[in-house]
Every structure is written in structure tokens, then in C-alpha cells.
Design a protein around this ligand. Sequence first.
Ligand SMILES: [Zn+2]
Length: 118
Amino acid sequence: MMTFHVWFFPFFHFHPFFMLVSLFLYFLPAFLARNKSNFTAVLLVDLFLGWTFIGWIVALIMALSSDPPRQIAAPMPSAAPPPQPAATTFFCTACGKPCVVNARFCSSCGAALPATQR
Ligand SMILES: [Zn+2]
């Protein structure tokens, strides 16, 4: 009976399901960072240092804490060149006051606005 356990024990550890779970846990930081800007860095740290517990924690922290600064920095360039003020208003042909482009009637005098101005 004892020899059976000694023989069986390694095979239990290398069961495909157990290896799959271990592999998923090992690459969990890279999996969490798959859509992030530093995915390559997280993957490399996870791959080469993940076998050390500290390296795996570092990769996990990198995966979880990397994106917020990028999201704050990203809207800045895109918010800079919007020609919104000039495009959203035009002047009413009846009263000459500025109106919203998509409005069907002038908000000042109530005149019907031409549909071509959209
Ligand atoms: Zn008007």
C-alpha cells in the first residue's frame, strides 16, 4: 500500500487539471494586464521572475496599478483639438441670433431652421 502512494503521488501533482490551474495562476498577472499599456513588461516580469513569489507579486501589482495614470493622460491630447464651439452653433436666418445646429426651430424667435444646416 505504501509503495502505491509513493508511486501515485507524483502523478497526482502532474494531473492535467492541476497543471492547468497552476499555469493559470502563474500567468494571472499577465492575464489581468492583457489589455493594458504595459502588458509586455508585466508578461516579462511574470515569465522570468514569477517563479519567485516576490516577482509574481510585483507583476500582479504592475498589472493592477498601471492603467489609471494612462487613462488620466489619454483624454488630454484628445480634448485639445475639438472645434466644438464653432460647429455646434450657427446664426438664425430670421433673427440673427446663434442657434444650436441640430435644433429644428430657433430658440430665440421660433422660426423653422433649414435642415441643410445640420
Ligand atoms: Zn431666430
